[in-house]
Design a protein around this ligand. Sequence first.
Ligand code: CAA
Length: 240
Amino acid sequence: MTRVALVTGGSRGIGAAIAKRLKNDGYTVAASYAGNDEAAAAFTAETGIKTYKWNVANYDSCVAGIAQVEADLGPVEVLVNNAGITRDAPFHKMTREQWSEVMDTNLSGVFNMTHPLWNGMRERKFGRVITISSINGQKGQFAQANYSAAKAGDIGFTKALAQEGARAGITVNVICPGYIATDMVMAVPEKVRDSIVASIPVGRLGEPEEIARCVAFLASDDAGFVTGSTITANGGQYIT
Ligand code: CAA
C-alpha cells in the first residue's frame, strides 16, 4: 500500500525537491502552495504531482485543504512542514507586520498543519512529521529576528511533540538546512551571498535534493527509532 505524503510549499525550491523525491520513492504525494499558480501548474505538468492552494498561516484553510487532499488521495501519513517565508530587516527597521507574517507562516503554520492530522495518525498508530527549520533557527542571523525565532520555535515544537507521538508510532523530527540554492537564498543581495558562501566549509551552497534525501530517510520505515532529532545539513557552516 502506498503511503500518502503531503509537502507544504511543495511546488518550488526545497519543497519541490522533497515532493519529487518522495514520489520517486513510491509515495502518493500532494503539494500545497500559497500563491504562485503558474509555478504550481508547471510543477504538476512536469511531475504529475497534484498541487493544492491554501495558506498555512490560516488554520481553517489548513483543515479544509487537508480534507480535500484526504478525500482525493487517502489519509496523510507523512507530513512535511516545508512552507516558509522571509521578511528580513534589521530589528530597528522591522515592522510588527514583518514579525507576524513570519511567525504566522513559519511557526504557527506548523501547528496549523500538524494539529488537524495528529488524531488520525494517533488512531492509525503511524505517522511521520518532518519540519524544515533552518541553520538560522540554530545560530541566529542578522536581520532575521523574526525568522530565527520562528525556526527555533520549530525545533522546540518538534522536541515536545516527539514525546507525545512516540507511543503512537509517530515520529517527529526537524531538519535544519543551511544555505541552499533556492529563490529564497538568491534573493539575498549578491555581496552578502558571496560572504555567506565564503563561510561554508564545503565551499558551496547546498542543493535542494540534499535536503530531500534527509526527508526520505526520516519518512522511511528504517527511521522508526529516530524521533525528536534535529538533522543539521549545512555544509559545516554551523556545527552544533
Ligand atoms: N552582521 C553585522 N552587520 C551586518 C550584517 C551582518 N551579518 N549584515 C549587514 N550588516 C550591517 C551593514 O554593514 C550595515 O551597516 P552600516 O549601516 O554601518 O553600513 C547595516 O547592517 C545594514 O544596514 P542597511 O540599511 O543596509 O540594512 P537594510 O535595511 O538595507 O537591510 C539586509 C539589508 C536585509 C540586512 C540585507 O543585507 C540582507 O538581506 N541580508 C541577508 C540576511 C540573510 O542572510 N538572510 C537569510 C536569507 S536566506 C534564508 O533565510 C534561508 C535559510 O534558512 C538559510
